[in-house]
Write a protein that binds this ligand. Structure first.
Ligand SMILES: [Zn+2]
Length: 210
């Protein structure tokens, strides 16, 4: 699998480009900005984006989705429980002092267990509410890879003080959906450095009493 990670936008959201070497089909996760860089990487590898997956509807993860859809024709998928956050995109833009991006309704929702497939690559959606109601992670079992959005970070967990956040729910999501994954699963959080499920089980201070 081709896997490129770029930190995009003012909050340096980790955008992942997952591509299959044979079919040259790709999934783009969290195109929060810097769409020209994302498109350049797709072109460098000869990849065609077939799915745009948004882990949650915070502006730094979703702001470039409409532009990327325009350029590639790929559908935008996110969990519909985050639609209230899309409706307040102007307020989110105000938090950062940036123009309000156009954010369309999802072409399809991302429910728990939904399979995300392009030719040669399959992942499944884990609904992990808490950072936002509609937060999801994308798990690729064959690659032992978890794209965790803002649910789990190296040494930390997602903040729950923004609208829709709930600390009890994020801890339950991590306990029930993420910690049972194999210990050697690589975790790419929505921001910052990569980790593994085993390392977080061992030393993440938020997860020590689970
Ligand atoms: Zn977020």
């Amino acid at each position: 699998m081709i896997h490129e990670i770029l930190a995009v936008g003012p909050l340096q959201c980790n955008c992942s480009i997952l591509g299959d070497e044979t079919s040259r089909e790709a999934i783009v996760v969290d195109p929060g900005g810097d769409i020209s860089r994302i498109v350049a990487i797709l072109e460098k590898h000869g990849l065609t984006a077939k799915q745009i997956i948004i882990t949650h509807a915070h502006i730094d993860h979703i702001a470039g989705a409409a532009r990327l859809k325009q350029l590639t024709g790929a559908p935008i998928l996110y969990n519909q429980l985050d639609l209230p956050l899309v409706k307040m995109m102007d307020i989110q833009a105000g938090w950062l002092g940036v123009p309000t991006p156009e954010v369309p309704a999802p072409d399809d929702t991302l429910d728990d267990g939904k399979l995300i497939t392009v030719t040669g690559l399959t992942g499944s959606i884990l609904h992990t509410p808490g950072h936002t109601e509609g937060s999801v992670c994308l798990y690729l079992p064959r690659e032992a890879l978890l794209l965790a959005g803002d649910t789990l970070f190296a040494g930390s967990i997602g903040r729950t003080d923004l609208p829709g956040g709930d600390q009890r729910k994020i801890l339950a999501s991590i306990r029930e959906s993420l910690l049972p994954l194999p210990l050697d699963t690589t975790v790419i959080p929505g921001h910052g450095s990569r980790t593994t499920i085993g390392a977080e089980r061992e030393s993440n201070p938020f997860l020590q009493y689970m």
